[in-house]
Design a protein around this ligand. Sequence first.
Ligand SMILES: NC(=O)c1ccc[n+]([C@@H]2O[C@H](COP(=O)([O-])OP(=O)(O)OC[C@H]3O[C@@H](n4cnc5c(N)ncnc54)[C@H](O)[C@@H]3O)[C@@H](O)[C@H]2O)c1
Ligand SMILES: N[C@H](CO)Cc1c[nH]c[nH+]1
Ligand SMILES: [Zn+2]
Length: 429
Amino acid sequence: MQRLNASEAGFADAFDALVNGRREADADVSSVVTQTIRDVRARGDVTLAEMTQRFDGFDLNAAGWQIDAAQCKAAYEALAPDLRDALTLAAKRIEAYHKAQLPENRDYRDADNVRLGARWSAVDAAGVYVPGGRAAYPSSVLMNAIPAKVAGVERIVMVTPTPGGETNQAVMAAAYLAGVDEIWRVGGAQAIAALAYGTERIRAVDVITGPGNAWVAEAKRQLYGVVGIDMVAGPSEILVVADAKNDPEWIAADLLSQAEHDPTSQSILFTDDAGFADAVAKAVDAQIASLATGAVARQSWDDFGAIVLVDDLEGAMPLVNRLAGEHLELAVDDDRAERLFDLVRHAGSVFLGRMTPEAIGDYVAGPNHVLPTGRRARFASGLSVLDFMKRTSFIALDKAAINAIGPAAATLADAEGLPAHAASVRKRL
Ligand SMILES: NC(=O)c1ccc[n+]([C@@H]2O[C@H](COP(=O)([O-])OP(=O)(O)OC[C@H]3O[C@@H](n4cnc5c(N)ncnc54)[C@H](O)[C@@H]3O)[C@@H](O)[C@H]2O)c1
Ligand SMILES: N[C@H](CO)Cc1c[nH]c[nH+]1
Ligand SMILES: [Zn+2]
């Protein structure tokens, strides 16, 4: 973990390095992914089986390529009651939040009696990536598949790695709860390529959503345009802005909640109190020692973690905006959290006040936990129902309407040197 002090000489350069440090697609990841995409296009299922053997350690042809609906239903029914209740609560809250995102069609006539509007429709097929390399993510099943369902997608195809051939009961139960139509036991960049281009077994989809590690995120980025994507959601990140009135143990746990996802996750604390910074650093070290995920969290914290000491928390906000983090906690009194929130320009999701740990958003709050990473909150938003929909505009004119606006169109066509355009309008005037 690096310690930075905003009032020391050299801070600007050190902070620039923190902002510009690449944790995700370095040249290696990028070229490996390009080659993987080529291989999947050329050899389809053969490549998927080979890569699954190499990375997930099992034989797809022997273990089976798919998890079927009956297995998912059985997993749901066999789930421990508290886990089933938790999944159900999460699903209900996620569904309610995302239903409110459904857009409205428009259809109206303007002052020239031109009929204008736009009609929303769902994509035909969506591929949802559910990570599964280091941890199993039933919550990500819900966060992807429920918005797709709410949007009205007819075919929801889930891909997820099953390391060692082990299927995860909670993931299957969540797929049943969310109404996933197909599940393929493949992961990584190869699964994204399979969804984008199709293989002998897997039919291509129109949109791919979901989070994943650096290879998965880079594959989505490279395949955008062949398919639609939600955004690039790679290794998790958290920025915490906290004053000394917090319990350092709570803030340490918040930082570690994202560090434990991936060795390239990033957790950064901004505080205005050097003593509090020391206490959090100490608590992080102590807590890592007792985490089952401690090795991953240690690597993330050591390599990418930071504590930034600032003069005042309001002054930290321009720095926070430059980092444009996936998650931002404002762990201060509620009224101050509102004031700091007003200064936020770039963040995937914001957690207000001392009683709102980021982990609540990961599971049960309702807004989507698939969020832009790698500073992409500057231009991207979290997954929503709209990622599974597209808008078709429409125009209808009658004689009066074309006489009103047609001459201007013909004049513009003349100016562009496109006489067939001009004629197609003038013939109707
Ligand atoms: N941003 C978000 O919204 C969000 C949400 C949840 C999880 N996440 C992130 O998702 C990620 C989950 O990662 P994971 O690894 O546990 O699961 P994963 O499913 O994303 O990746 C596992 C797959 O990665 C591939 N892979 C692993 N090492 C490779 C290598 N050296 N070369 C090529 N391919 C390789 C393999 O195919 C493997 O099956 C974490 O980074 C986590 O932070 C992000
Ligand atoms: N924090 C992750 C998004 O970066 C989402 C998640 C799922 N489960 C636990 N956490
Ligand atoms: Zn998380």
